[in-house]
Design a binder for this molecule. Structure first.
Ligand code: ADP
Ligand code: MG
Length: 291
């Protein structure tokens, strides 16, 4: 049977936008020593915008944008949505791709206008060619904290697209409060090391790990479990779900993907990061009452 103190803490949480899917999660939360955060959509707003595009000489801007929007129109990734929005704003029309494959953590590949296209991270399109493209244009963008995606066709790299996502207004204060509560904070992201470093530098994060594939996020959570005992993971994406399930406590952003919401033990109903520290205080208070 559920203790009155637990029940009261759960309903208190619900009134405050923190949904606990059971009393056991409250107890686990009270012991949390480290919290891992996903970057895109969790620490950042998850609404990246295209800021720069460098296109291969000889390729028209319009045909590049048509192909990129076509391929990305079938992906559910926030970067894909940003590319499609950008092309729509330029009033350029595009048709669906002939074929498409979404490779989680890497990018998308498909056929459009009888050519094979890939859009994604440097290692997805060919890392050496990508790094050399346009005199290493990507490097400068990454140092500005922008996320880089490359577009390639049958002839090689066709373009580099830079996108900027902003950190949520509440992120810094939320991380600071957690640290004051003695909790170690870490960011796990699929993004490149330079971009991750620039974003981390804008926050009081304890540390970050970049270039994480979805299965790497799980491995890093396992490492944290060994080191800290009780660990929470906060995320919003399908690619975060395995790590949410691995952590002692999985916390999903309320506007996250269905899979993240289903897998999590706790849901932050309004994407409200400061609620995590509140939930921890609530859980510690409850533990004191229960004992
Ligand atoms: P994060 O952990 O930051 O949420 P993901 O694991 O979802 O990131 O993606 C990692 C990287 O893979 C992205 O930064 C991007 O370079 C590439 N990528 C994944 N999906 C796409 C896509 N649909 N279009 C372009 N790039 C993509
Ligand atoms: Mg995310």
């Amino acid at each position: 049977s559920i203790m009155p103190a637990t029940l009261s803490a759960i309903s208190n949480g619900a009134r405050n936008g923190i949904l606990f899917k059971g009393g056991a999660h409250l107890e686990n939360l009270s012991h949390v020593k480290a919290i891992a955060f996903d970057k895109t959509g969790t620490l950042t707003r998850g609404k990246p915008e295209v800021t720069d595009i460098v296109i291969r000489e000889g390729l028209s801007r319009e045909s590049l944008l048509k192909a990129a929007a076509s391929i990305e129109s079938r992906s559910n990734h926030p970067l894909a949505h940003a590319v499609v929005r950008f092309v729509q704003n330029e009033q350029i029309s595009f048709s669906p791709p002939d074929h498409l494959e979404d490779v989680s953590g890497w990018g998308v590949k498909g056929t459009f206008d009888k050519k094979e296209w890939r859009i994604g991270k440097a290692s997805f399109v060919g890392i050496e060619e990508a790094s050399a493209f346009a005199d290493g244009a990507a490097l400068q963008f990454e140092e500005e904290g922008k996320t880089i995606i490359f577009v390639s066709d049958d002839e090689g790299i066709a373009a580099v697209i830079a996108l900027k996502d902003v950190i949520r207004d509440e992120t810094k204060q939320a991380l600071k409060t957690l640290q004051e509560e003695g909790i170690f904070t870490i960011m796990l992201t699929g993004d490149s090391d330079k971009t991750a470093k620039a974003i981390a530098a804008e926050t009081p994060l304890g540390t970050y790990i970049a270039e994480c594939l979805p299965e790497h996020k799980v491995d890093h959570v396992k490492d944290l479990l060994k080191k800290y005992g009780t660990v929470a993971m906060v995320g919003d994406g399908i690619n975060d779900a395995p790590a949410l399930a691995t952590a002692s406590v999985g916390i999903a952003m309320g506007e996250g993907s269905d899979v993240a919401l289903e897998t999590a033990d706790i849901v932050l109903m309004k994407n409200d990061l400061p609620k995590i520290a509140e939930a921890i205080k609530l859980s510690r208070k409850m533990q004191r009452i229960v004992k």
